[in-house]
Design a protein around this ligand. Structure first.
Ligand code: EPZ
Length: 418
């Protein structure tokens, strides 16, 4: 699927069950390497980033197989500690094998990670933390070479609550000697889920409210089965699909307890959200209010991953709104594509000033990263006429069966192979 054509203007109605969380399962799959046995993950999403991570696990010596929507990983026979560049370059989360392999093998060799180009995305915090745990780390020719016979627990303070760096420290600390304390750790739900997965395997990890995590290393791990949380960014994307098309979508498996900042924005805009049992019904049929100002922030703030999809909605919401992107320095690329569809957006450094227009018009646009692709899908669902979105391989990295789901909700969407 590299291009899709969407004929816009149809209110989407129906029901969608939210897939397992991409950003939770990727560190969990790396964590499987820490255990000489089998780990099972229920509700594992069938998305490209998972498929690519399975390739990495198999290259390291793991056996991996599907049992329906459950993914099983047998990491009893790991023989490798190097990750080939061509696979690691596809996604940012390949960096998480740094901590996992150091923990399991005492060494790791991997290229700088790839993934969505949202700015520089350095890995300095990751590398400094591995050094803090006693690793020798060399960076040469675009590769990271780390070695440490036995990582030693330490108190590590992150100057920024980096999600990936927090995950890497946890992965390396589980099999380290002694206690590791992380201060100013990221608090995204995916961190809690990684800790839960590891506790289910017997690890001794304690989380404290002020962004402090304690890992007591050296505990023997065991086989386990984990039920993956639903993906809060995918859920937010389908909520936006109801709002932008004026439809009504029932969302099953909505991780509402991790979406307070998102649902608050919807309710402030006058978008009706009703809870019935474990379903959430999003009704976008009523007139929306503008939000005025929105900024992204580390959890529990508004997630940066919904910034571009929200921009698509604000592009067709009357009045002026401003979005400030505080996490990534280059996450407004999609604005240029939305402007080609008729959106009125002005970019000023870290801010986008948006004046809502009555309609967008279909044209050919190009996705450049995962959540930007989702924003273009949303804009296409609203636009008059047909929108051809190229670069759709980005969206298959994180959204399982999005074309099938949108079509079931009433969208006129076809994949175009060119
Ligand atoms: C994770 O990326 C997510 N990816 C991102 O989702 C998400 O946007 C991001 O967290 C923030 O929530 C996965 O979980 C696979 P960070 P990560 O380290 O770990 C800077 C998506 O669309 N930084 O918290 O890379 C960095 O440049 C993806 O699903 C350093 O300076 O995020 C950025 O400005 C996109 N040095 C900020 O911190 C470092 O060593 C946040 O990065 C690490 C990060």
């Amino acid at each position: 699927m590299d291009c899709v054509e969407i004929r816009g203007g149809k209110p989407l109605c129906g029901r969608v069950e939210i897939q397992g969380s991409k950003n939770a399962v990727l560190p969990i799959l790396a964590a499987c390497v820490l255990h000489e046995g089998t780990s099972r993950i229920d509700h594992c999403p069938r998305i490209q980033d998972v498929f690519d991570t399975i390739v990495i696990l198999e290259l390291l010596g793991c056996r991996v197989w599907w049992e329906g929507h459950c993914l099983a990983v047998d990491a009893s026979q790991i023989s490798q500690w190097q990750i080939p560049a061509q696979i690691a370059a596809r996604m940012r989360s390949s960096i998480l094998f740094l901590g996992a392999l150091l923990g399991r093998m005492g060494k790791a060799e991997l290229p700088y990670p790839g993934g969505c180009v949202l700015g520089a995305r350095p890995v300095d915090l990751h590398i400094k933390a591995m050094k803090d745990l006693g690793a020798q780390v060399e960076e040469k020719e675009g590769c990271i070479l780390a070695e440490c016979r036995m990582p030693k627990g330490k108190e590590i303070t992150l100057h920024f609550p980096s999600v990936g760096a927090t995950e890497n420290i946890i992965l390396a600390a589980v099999r380290a000697e002694g206690v590791t304390v992380i201060k100013n750790a990221a608090r995204e739900p995916e961190i809690g889920e990684l800790c839960l997965f590891l506790r289910e395997k017997g690890a001794d990890i304690r989380e404290f409210p002020e962004g402090r995590i304690e890992i007591i290393g050296g505990v023997r791990l065991r086989d386990s089965r984990h039920d993956l949380e639903a993906d809060r960014i995918v859920a937010g994307t389908y909520m936006l699909a109801a709002a932008i098309t004026g439809g009504c979508i029932t969302i099953n498996r909505m991780p509402e307890n991790h979406m307070e900042s998102v649902t608050a924005v919807f309710e402030n805009m006058g978008i009706k959200i009703e809870r019935i049992g474990c379903d959430v019904i999003v009704d976008g049929s009523r007139k929306r209010r503008n939000i005025g100002f929105l900024e992204t922030a580390p959890y529990p703030g508004f997630p940066t991953d919904l910034q571009s999809p929200m921009m698509a909605l604000l592009a067709v919401t009357e009045g002026e709104s401003r979005i400030r992107e505080n996490i990534f320095e280059a996450r407004f690329k999609t604005a240029h594509q939305l402007k080609a569809m008729g959106a009125d957006i002005e970019l000023k450094e870290r801010e986008a000033i948006i004046h809502g227009v009555p309609a967008l018009h279909g044209t050919q646009v190009e996705a450049a990263e995962l959540r930007g692709a989702a924003a273009l899908f949303l804009a296409g669902l609203r636009a008059e006429g047909t929108t051809k979105i190229c670069g759709c391989h980005y969206i298959s990295r994180g959204y399982e069966n999005i074309c099938g789901i949108l079509s079931d909700l009433g969208a006129e969407i076809v994949t175009v192979h060119q």
